[in-house]
Design a binder for this molecule. Sequence first.
Ligand SMILES: [Zn+2]
Length: 267
Amino acid sequence: MSEHSFIVHEIKGYISSLFLVEENNRFFLLDAGCSCDFYKIKRFFEKNGKHLSSLKLVVVTHMHPDHAGGVRHFKRLGIPVASTEGAYKWYRGIGGFIQHKIDTYLAKFSAKRKGNIIEDVRYDRFFQPDFLLKDNDSLPFFPDWKAIKTPGHTFYDISVYNEEKKIVYLADLVLMLDGKFVLPFPVLFPKLMRKSLEKVADLNLKKILLAHGGMIENGENGIDFRKVILDLKENLGGKIRKEFRLLYPFCVFPHDKLFCVFKKGCE
Ligand SMILES: [Zn+2]
């Protein structure tokens, strides 16, 4: 492998796909998955004759249970976790406390709907990142990759971008469900979401990694990322599935969302 080459491994987690990026025998993990996904990651290393100690970094893009759920396992082993200030802010206050309970329940509900057996998705509502990522910060130990702010789904989402290879991990900014690109649920901050989609559409991407949808190449099956992303931007504020419409009132408790509702205009 040359200095800059890498391999992306996709691991099917309980609810989402997790991506392990391998560079010169060192790994970083894109999102910590649900709490129960930790054991799938561990198995991946064992199966490939590697030790978990070659996992040098876990990046958490936002605080939902299928992205931040596994954090405590990695921290317990001393594997550093990089994230945003959302790690200690998203579920703050009484609203955050309620939302954390609801989101944990919704994770269980969505796994059940997918026909998955019930596994443990409980997790802590705060954690202290070992590395705090701001917009355009390079990842610790993996300087070819950087965090870019892409809020909208929550207030603190980031994506992880390799500028040279034009690959981005979009976490929950865009989803592929039943063969169709869709916006995530919920979009709590539509104005921020619009800006995030515009930002990503301009990256001239060759490959995208989706937590819900996997790894997709530009041009594959005639897919044009820029068009897909700009079309999604046009759909913002449009119709959403009935079940999501019914669930939306249960997603507005985080402090940052309530603050926007009262203040008006910042969402
Ligand atoms: Zn999410």
